[in-house]
Design a protein around this ligand. Structure first.
Ligand SMILES: Cc1ncc(COP(=O)(O)O)c(C=O)c1O
Length: 363
């Protein structure tokens, strides 16, 4: 993607806000470091610039999902500790070893492969306490895995972890997972890391634990939250565009594909150069955008590269439009799309340049 913004549509990423959220999360724990989760291109915010900002301020570890994501990071950060949260297959040990990636041991197949390998390997062991995704469930298999990994000279078992599925919404199930995890603590002997907290657990519960060494921070780093935090976290992504054309549509003409919006009197319509190929999904139709600090409704269908807004006489070509991250929050958009705020940000496609700013400056 070129540095020149030929098309006036971009996602502003506020690195000051990102850092503030990180510091707030850190204060909510007893930990020297929490692990930023920067999978899916840092939840759509740009993994390399996000990590650069944190790394330059002393953060030395991160978590991603895929080996591909880890390799891209490794190209930029030679000594970063990169934890792979997603599944590594038995024939992928070499790439993990060669690039010093920390793999997750999550089942018997990968465990056997690691136990049979002579490669230098770093790993964390994942216990499934109730999410029913990756991880070991049974006490005996966990005991066997920890013992086996610890006995291998070429393998460093650096931590054991689990993941909560309801720390944001259901305390009872969260506690069930926590108690289950605690039953495995006697198996984790020696100097070894332990992390359980995601964003919700960091803010709600992490201070209660005396056995954890780290936590993993995803959505809250980006100011996205599935639960109320007081004061609220700082939003990090602001989706912006500039009006490309304004025209008067008169009675008898309709707006957009399918002619679904047909004004009954003359109406001023602004056309924005952003559409569903940018991740501004068609289901945004009927929502609002912000221009000059005021709300204006999206009308007609969202096109692949453009959308329509019903405006008044004050709106002109090239005026700044905030689609979310200002008056209109990412949560409002999530509600409009019947989804969660994570999905709104991760859906903004690679075609939309990310512009990194500090404070609320606008490029
Ligand atoms: C294993 C694991 N840990 C931590 C996180 C971060 O969770 P959150 O975004 O809720 O902080 C995720 C995100 O899905 C995850 O899969």
């Amino acid at each position: 993607m070129s540095d020149i913004l030929y098309r006036k549509t971009w996602a502003e990423i506020d690195l000051d806000h990102l850092l503030e959220n990180y510091e707030r999360a850190k204060k909510a724990t007893r930990h020297e470091q929490i692990i930023p989760v920067i999978k899916a291109d840092a939840y759509g915010h740009g993994a390399i610039p996000v990590m650069r900002h944190l790394y330059d301020r002393g953060v030395s570890m991160c978590a991603v999902s895929l080996i591909e994501e880890a390799l891209e990071l490794r190209n930029h950060f030679a000594d970063l500790d990169i934890l792979l949260l997603g599944p590594v297959l038995s024939d992928q040990l070499e790439v993990c070893s060669a690039h010093d990636l920390i793999m997750t041991i999550y089942d018997g197949h990968i465990l056997s492969a690691v136990l049979a390998s002579d490669l230098p390997l770093r790993c964390h062991l994942k216990i499934d306490t109730g999410m029913s995704r990756y991880g070991f469930i049974g006490k005996e298999e966990i005991r066997h895995a920890i013992r086996g990994l610890k006995q291998k000279k070429n393998v460093r078992l650096e931590a054991v972890y689990t993941h909560f599925s309801t720390a944001d919404v259901d305390e009872t199930y969260y506690r069930k997972q926590l108690e289950r995890f605690k039953t495995f603590l006697p198996l984790i002997e020696g100097k070894i890391g332990i992390h359980v907290g995601n964003s919700a657990a960091v803010f709600k519960y992490e201070k209660d634990y005396d056995f954890t060494t780290h936590a993993r921070l995803g959505c809250s780093l980006y100011g996205l939250s599935a639960f109320p935090i007081d004061p609220p976290l700082q939003g990090v992504m602001r989706l912006k565009s500039r009006v490309a054309q304004v025209k008067t549509v008169s009675k008898g003409s309709c707006v957009g594909y399918g002619a679904t919006y047909c004004p009954t009197t003359d109406e001023r319509i602004a056309i924005l150069p952003i559409g569903y190929a940018d991740g501004f999904l068609r289901t945004n139709a009927g929502g609002d955008v912000e221009i000059h600090g005021k709300r204006y409704p999206l009308v007609g269908r969202i096109c692949m590269d453009a959308c329509f807004v019903k405006v008044d006489d004050t709106v002109r070509k090239n005026d700044l439009v905030t689609l979310f991250g200002g008056l209109i929050s990412v949560d409002e958009v999530a509600k409009r799309l019947d989804t969660i705020n994570y999905e709104v940000c991760t859906s903004i496609s690679a075609r939309v340049p990310r512009i990194y700013v500090k404070g609320s400056e606008t490029p």
